[in-house]
Design a binder for this molecule. Structure first.
Ligand code: 5AD
Ligand code: SF4
Length: 429
């Protein structure tokens, strides 16, 4: 979501007469758009601001979740910052920057919630990519005890169906072929319905209905949604995967831990068995479905036994791809005050054990692709000359060689070999 916000900020500024400067040391304005989910990101912000030592810099802005969480304190913590803006205010940046650049104001802070206004303005995009992210909801009401999101992104807000459909139609008619419906917890989407069905007084649509309506728009090749919360994942949504051919058979459903005791302390509202039963049900309904997940190791009071429960869950769940983190204490979250915080060294040990367990399945799924022909959306340049990196429907990274720049195109690729992190293919067309 931060990447999406960053692109919208660039669009808004360029549409309002600003130009993009690649080298921050030559810029009048340097904007840091930040994540507050783990402490490391905040430290990175402090050290990176320190590197901006240029007489040209007139405005240093900090936006996003760190700004929201730090409030006034940001100006004390990093005195060179003169603009601080929350995640629901960035559409007002042109006005704030002009006020600062013309010396009308010396410092500005805006942490308000202008979501309706923001989504209305960010509809305007400068350049449309083949894969386009569309925010369908923002914020979270789940209050997992380790997480800052409900405090920084705020409470759940679902955009009206009609706004989302209009935006998707506009994106598709301007070249987008993959639509990613995004939000912190998309399964609890409940946006204002475009019409009310006779005999029903329901005034909101669920994600199942939204996906079906979007899939009927001509020109969409791939449709994805993320992130999902296990407790809100319904059988109806699983069934939609069989009804909608463009909906990819790949879902990100973070579990965080395999220990029921830790899941309870995390306030996740489900047990390990309930989670695994959902994956099984999903596989029964939709046999080619694959999953990815997020994990946190070293949550307060996590014992060796709790951690082993996570390893057992990993063995049973069989993920194509995973993201893993050491628990990071976030100020003002309930978990920060829990007793028995886990030692960093133990977190490191558990993280490396977990990575080994997850890689086993990742290697299996990567090798399974060898010999297959797949459609790959090329997303970026690789490290070596003529090398490009793309994603298949399961978000596995595919590396191919090409003499031409093929970024942002769908290509047919024969997969020839694989390792634990990616697969290697040959361009067919
Ligand atoms: N420490 C470590 N990881 C966290 N996440 C959220 N909060 C924390 C935290 N305090 C992880 C979760 C979530 C992902 C987006 O970030 O795994 O699913
Ligand atoms: Fe944070 Fe996700 Fe939990 Fe919401 S569901 S509080 S965003 S971890």
């Amino acid at each position: 979501m931060n990447e999406y916000d960053g692109q919208r900020i660039e669009d808004i500024l360029v549409l309002n007469g600003f130009t993009k400067e690649e080298n921050p040391l030559n810029a009048d304005v340097v904007i840091f758009y930040t994540c507050n989910i783990r402490e490391k990101a905040v430290h990175k912000l402090e050290s990176t601001v320190g590197m901006i030592k240029s007489p040209k810099t007139k405005v240093i802005a900090v936006g996003g979740c760190v700004a929201q969480a730090e409030n006034d304190n940001i100006f004390k913590r990093i005195p060179r910052v003169n603009l601080s803006f929350g995640p629901s205010t960035y559409h007002r940046l042109p006005e704030y920057l002009n006020d600062l650049l013309s010396n009308k104001k010396k410092k500005i802070i805006d942490l308000n919630n202008y979501r309706l206004e923001k989504f209305d303005i960010v509809k305007r995009r400068r350049k449309i990519t083949t894969s386009a992210y569309v925010a369908i909801q923002e914020g979270c009401d789940n209050f997992c005890t380790y997480c800052v999101v409900p405090y920084t992104r705020g409470r759940e807000y679902s955009r009206p169906v009609i706004d989302i459909i209009t935006e998707v139609k506009y994106l598709v008619s301007n070249g987008a072929k993959e639509i990613v419906l995004g939000g912190q917890n998309v399964n609890s989407y409940h946006g204002e319905a475009p019409y009310i069905t006779i005999g029903s007084n329901r005034r909101t649509w669920r994600i199942e209905e939204l996906i079906k309506a979007i899939a009927s728009i001509d020109g969409i090749k791939r449709l994805r949604y993320l992130t999902s919360h296990p407790k809100d994942f319904t059988i109806d949504l699983m069934k939609v995967h069989n009804e909608v051919p463009s909906l990819v058979p790949f879902v990100h459903i973070p579990v965080q831990s395999g220990s029921d005791r830790i899941l309870k302390l995390m306030n996740r509202n489900h047990t390990a068995k309930e989670y695994l039963d959902k994956l099984k049900m999903f596989r029964d309904i939709c046999p080619d479905i694959q999953f990815s997940s997020d994990f946190i190791v070293g949550f307060p009071s996590e014992t060796e036994e709790d951690f082993n429960d996570t390893l057992t869950l990993v063995e049973k769940a069989k993920y194509t791809l995973s993201f893993y983190f050491k628990y990071s204490m976030r100020p003002n979250t309930p978990a920060a005050n829990m007793p028995n915080q886990v030692d960093e060294k133990i977190k490191d040990e558990r993280l490396s054990k977990l990575i080994n367990a997850l890689l086993k399945d990742q290697v299996y799924y990567n090798n399974k692709l060898v010999g297959k022909t797949q459609e790959i959306l090329i997303t970026k340049k690789g490290k070596k000359e003529n090398q490009y990196i793309g994603k298949n429907i399961y978000m596995q990274s595919v590396i191919i060689n090409s003499d031409e720049n093929i970024i942002d195109q769908f290509k047919t690729v024969l997969i020839e070999s694989a390792d634990e992190n990616c697969v290697f293919g040959r361009l067919l067309s």
